[in-house]
Design a protein around this ligand. Sequence first.
Ligand code: GTP
Ligand code: MG
Length: 461
Amino acid sequence: MQKTKGKGADEELGKAAEMFAIGIGECGSNIVGSYLKASEDKKLPSRVRGYLLLNTDRSDLTKVRQKYGIPKEHTLLYGESEIGVGGRFMDGYNAVMESKDIIFDQLTNLGFEGVSGFCIFTSLGGGTGCGGTPAIIELLKQKFQEEEGRRIFVYVIGVLPFEGQSSEALNSIWAVSKLLRAQLQERGADLTILLSNRTMLKRILQWRRGDSVDYLAKELDVDVANVQSIEQMVPSTVDGGSSELETRTEQAFVELVNPLALDVIEAMLSPGVYEPEKDVFPTTDLADYARKLDPVVVPALYNDIGLIPDAGSMPRQLRTMIDYAVTQCSYADVGDTPNAESVYYVFDGPRHISKAEYGMHIKEALDKYIAPGAAITPCYVQHQGPEPIVKLLLLLGLPKIPELVQLINEATQLVNLHSGPSALKQSWFMRSKGTTRKELVTAINDFRELFSYYMEGGTLE
Ligand SMILES: Nc1nc2c(ncn2[C@@H]2O[C@H](COP(=O)(O)OP(=O)(O)OP(=O)(O)O)[C@@H](O)[C@H]2O)c(=O)[nH]1
Ligand SMILES: [Mg+2]
């Protein structure tokens, strides 16, 4: 059992695994920025040594600095264009590779030497972050693992696009496949945590429906009659170009979902963060997630759970808790039968609730959501405060993700649309993505293989 008491323990922990946060592109910078703004003292959790926000777009970077009050030295503009790469992820990739020296200089100034891991925040549908993330990871792994012989772990928190953004679906699939392929050579992400804008939007509209509808109505000056109509308001971004209303809609949506993204990151970091009167067992560090889970993970976070040991069967209450967490609280929709190949859970609450004795029941309840033989790793966080709330974080390793099927279909359609014997037609791939049709077809096929057991139809010609 890990006791985290007194200043000595705090210092002790300070020496333990530390990590560095990187936000790349607009989405990645916003998420790290809002995290800093939301935290009371503008600080990242104690285990996070520093952070850097990167972008190829000067005006976006300036906006982020102003909006979240980020000091200049924590931001870096790189690449040639200064106006972003407009979804051409290969340009995003190359921009990082070409700017290796200035990126590493700045990271050095911010004290990244000696950290044991990196968390990279990015959208998967854009260009700067989507393309730049695999490039940064390659560089980091090269430096630390190949040159210095020191193992580091890298987490990617990747945001999947809203519905109907088919051009972004293609980028997302390329990025995840790239990260997984690189992992085979020890140069990829150790863990890719998927958060989906479309699912987060759905959740927030379910949970805080009244507030969200009011907010959107006010923000967009439109009459949003129902949730269904809201979900259909997301603009299609095929080949770029969107109206002013579409841009504002997307902006309003991301403002709604970003707090959700922060909650899940906070929950993942929480076991390693020192707090007085908190016990964590077994000791859990960020690196443990990567060791115990499959490389692609969907989190589910159930906050403020009402569990009352005296009010009826605890096994039944715990089962209800798990059912609700998996089906209603996941950050990318995993449906009713995710068939996850590994699970990590962090059960956080007062002493008499968050206890290992309940592990058996949680395990039973998880059974129908996991593949036979899937490993389950528990972590209990106990608080002694007056009335600590009960929280459950589930990390589902390699689950079925129905919305990925949708993404793959959107991407497949787009590839087919731009295919054919005409060289003019095929030039679309180079023009809007900076890469070849072949590379994209390979990425889509990787996905089909990885999630093959529930893929069908929609072949590539
Ligand atoms: N959750 C969330 N999604 C965002 C945010 N900002 C942008 N997105 C989503 O991210 C995708 C676009 O990626 P961006 O991050 O804007 O792209 P980028 O990395 O800056 O790349 P380029 O603009 O192409 O140079 C779209 O799916 C947006 O809906 C944000 O703050 N939060
Ligand atoms: Mg951008």
